[in-house]
Design a binder for this molecule. Structure first.
Ligand code: GLU
Length: 304
């Protein structure tokens, strides 16, 4: 498969179409970005890397970090974690408070904001310094020590993150947050703020395509079974209330973020990161979705 040629051509084709959608401006620091940027990187388990477009530009990881937070918690706690958060698709927007009261404060899945806040709370109990644990993971799995939190993005979200403040307090009132709500929020916002580019993101997520271990030094975070389960949660819950559509159109486990990034995985083959800041009405990158749909349709490289 000539991945370089394929990604370049599809990238060009997507660029020919009008760019739709809006940048996520509810986090003010994300609003000022050049919204026509569009990058792609595919990292293959054979060690080859394919890149095109604005793959070097850093963007805000946002919800994509929820997969890494979940992995850190699941690696230490195993199946006990599911007493605090479920694994069902919610069919609701990422920041919904809707089902929590009915579900006694157990978020439907770890990729909703409610779920990620509970996972952040769990991490505060499991790790002495969960932020350092996250950065260590990203540094060692991407092979790049330069990746950092973006203080401006984190502060910007802290200043206006009313929905997440409501969620964490609601969860606390229902007994599913054990730490101080401000500590949980600070951890969550900082982790969402990681600045990353397409290559760094594709490399970081390659272990999900490689049974839970890195391809070169076989560094392992999750065992094979745990990796399978997290891939399953990405497939069913990775795209807010558009997860079914993504499975139907693209057919890969993946996760999106309101920074405009999407990362997707084909087990035993590759991870692919796409980034373009304009989001559709469900909060997923408009161009990123278009690219991935065309990519898996043309190459047949999906899990189905
Ligand atoms: N930090 C963002 C929020 O909590 C993440 C949302 C997302 O990327 O979906 O609103």
């Amino acid at each position: 498969m000539n991945y370089q040629q394929i990604i370049e051509r599809i990238h060009q084709e997507v660029l020919l179409h009008k760019n739709y959608g809006e940048v996520a401006d509810y986090i003010p620091e994300l609003a000022g970005i050049d919204d026509d940027q569009f990058g792609v990187c595919l990292a293959h388990v054979d060690g080859k890397i394919y890149r095109t477009g604005d793959w070097q530009t850093h963007f805000s990881l946002q919800s994509i970090v929820k997969v890494l937070l979940l992995s850190l918690a699941y690696a230490r706690l195993g199946g006990q974690l599911w007493q605090r958060v479920g694994v069902e698709p919610s069919g609701t927007p990422f920041n919904s408070l809707g089902t929590l009261e009915h579900d006694d404060g157990i978020p439907r899945n770890p990729f909703s904001n409610a779920g990620a806040l509970v996972v952040s709370d769990v991490l505060l109990d499991l790790y002495q310094d969960p932020k350092a644990a996250l950065l260590d993971l990203i540094h060692s799995f991407s092979g790049d020590e330069g990746i950092q939190f973006d203080r401006n993005v984190a502060e910007s979200e802290k200043a206006e993150g009313y929905r997440n403040v409501a969620l964490v307090n609601f969860l606390k009132s229902l007994g599913n947050i054990h730490n101080d709500v401000d500590d949980v929020l600070a951890l969550y916002f900082d982790c969402c703020s990681v600045a990353i580019n397409c290559e760094q993101l594709a490399k970081t997520f390659l272990f999900f395509a490689n049974n839970g271990q890195t391809i070169d030094d076989h560094h392992r975070l999750l065992n094979r079974s745990q990796t399978k389960r997290i891939n399953a949660i990405m497939l069913t819950c990775g795209f807010y209330d558009e997860a079914g559509d993504f499975a139907y159109q693209v057919g890969l486990p993946g996760k999106s973020g309101v920074g405009g990034g999407i990362v997707a995985v084909l087990p035993k083959e590759f991870s692919i990161a796409v980034w373009s800041p304009r989001l559709n009405e469900k909060g997923n990158s408009y161009r990123g979705l278009k690219f991935l749909e065309q990519f898996t349709t043309e190459t047949g490289q999906s899990i189905f």
